[in-house]
Design a protein. Structure first.
Length: 280
């Protein structure tokens, strides 16, 4: 990527971290409590975190809201930074995930789980090809657990069955097909046939006819609601408080919060409400 794009992405991350610090000074946000699984391989780590978070073997209804409840802050990247791709970091003790706002609902869930994998398996270690593979393996196992897929009788599943099942698990058809191959639910020949057929139907890069709604942030939605109703402060006022342009604030939460940045409001600094999100 160009230096300009890289610096733009880092600038967006810095603004989001400052925004989070501003909120933390006023609200009681979920305390980071992610376990460390650096000593485990990706498959086992995914099983461990599912057990620790009492997720069972069922699909995860909302990945973003789940990880937010364990103290991860989730923000969006500006559109001009999409070639950077999603990334994560830890600032102080707080983990952050930055997602691309143009991704499909299925891809967004996988990206969030992928970055969660980095935080749990690699927290703070520089990235490399092997670590990216591990994070992908974690995301697949986290979103599509072995026992859950087995219970759905997806062994040797034809393409139409895969398309039906991928809606239940909230993942892309290609990601589900790869997971089935990893678990030996599909032979090499059947896997190649399925991938070729999905490619022919347009599922290689997109999810034609997807009905999956993009996930939003419960944490940010509540915070901006309190900002408006409690502090009588508009997003434009908040942007001025942070000394940034309102569009920069909008980019940080694009797709995560149903928000308009018009209008003004009065700052009421004496109000300091507590906040604790409801876990999925």
């Amino acid at each position: 990527m160009t230096a300009l794009v890289r610096e733009r992405a880092l600038s967006a991350a810095t603004i989001a971290i400052e925004l989070n610090s501003w909120f933390e000074a006023l609200f009681e946000l979920p305390h980071p409590c992610l376990p460390s699984y650096s000593h485990l391989d990706a498959e086992v780590a995914a099983q461990q975190v599912r057990a620790a978070w009492a997720l069972g073997q069922d699909p995860i209804p909302n990945v973003i809201r789940l990880i937010e409840s364990y103290g991860v802050r989730v923000f969006s990247l500006p559109w001009e930074c999409l070639e950077v791709g999603p990334f994560s970091t830890i600032a102080g003790e707080t983990p952050f995930i930055f997602l691309a706002s143009r991704e499909s609902g299925e891809r967004l869930r996988f990206d969030a789980a992928h970055e969660l994998g980095h935080l749990l398996l690699h927290g703070g270690i520089p990235r490399g090809r092997d670590l990216e593979v591990e994070a992908n393996d974690f995301a697949s196992a986290f979103l599509m657990p072995n026992a859950g897929l087995l219970a759905q009788r997806l062994k040797n599943a034809p393409v139409d069955r895969i398309l039906s099942a991928k809606r239940r698990w909230g993942v892309s058809a290609i990601d589900l097909t790869r997971r089935l191959r990893t678990l030996d639910f599909l032979s090499g020949r059947r896997y190649n046939q399925a991938v070729n057929e999905l490619t022919r139907r347009g599922y290689r890069r997109t999810e034609p006819g997807s009905l999956l709604t993009r996930e939003s942030s419960l944490l940010l939605t509540y915070l901006f609601k309190e900002l408006r109703n409690g502090l009588k402060m508009s997003p434009a006022d908040l942007a001025a408080e942070l000394n940034i342009h309102p569009t920069m604030l909008s980019e940080c939460i694009n797709g995560l919060v149903p928000l308009e940045l018009d209008g003004g409001g009065q700052h009421s600094a004496s109000l300091r409400p507590n906040f604790a999100p409801v876990r999925d």
